[in-house]
Design a protein around this ligand. Structure first.
Ligand SMILES: [Zn+2]
Ligand SMILES: [Zn+2]
Length: 148
């Protein structure tokens, strides 16, 4: 899978923030850059710990706010993977998440072209899906190798 292009994503960031009528603050940009740096689905606390050294004035509350704003703008996806805190994903391509139940690693798994997830379930009449999260759980290749 090809890694996201950080420069292109920063451009998208500027456009999305502007479209949302928001200011391009240093804090927002810094938090977004931290998310792009290592796309391993960090929690808000992880993001805070990574972002703090580059911006001493940053607080955890601000990081939460910024992450919510970025999610509202569609730049970041808030992901719920079973138990534990929400995680944040800067990959805006359509994808699901594979969580290794042994090491806890979270991997982006792209949707197959043409796959229509909406058609996998029978919705009651009058219901509309507005968003979806695909979470797969299992054992990653490295952990499986170690098991054998
Ligand atoms: Zn993801
Ligand atoms: Zn694993």
């Amino acid at each position: 899978m090809r890694a996201a292009n950080p420069r292109r994503q920063l451009k998208r960031y500027e456009q999305s923030i502007a479209q949302g009528g928001l200011r391009l603050t240093r804090q927002r940009r810094h938090v977004y850059e931290v998310l792009l740096e290592r796309q391993d689905h960090p929690t808000a606390m992880d993001v805070f710990l990574r972002a703090k050294p580059g911006m001493q004035a940053l607080s955890l509350a601000t990081v939460y706010n910024v992450l919510e704003t970025l999610a509202d703008c569609g730049l970041v996806k808030k992901v719920h993977l079973g138990r534990g805190s929400a995680r944040y994903c800067a990959n805006v391509a359509r994808h699901g998440h594979f969580t290794c139940t042994i090491c806890g690693a979270v991997l982006d798994v792209p949707a197959l072209p043409g796959a229509e997830l909406e058609k996998l379930h029978q919705l009651p009449r009058g219901y509309t899906v507005t968003h979806q999260e695909i979470s797969l759980f299992g054992v990653c290749a490295a952990c499986r190798k170690e098991q054998n």
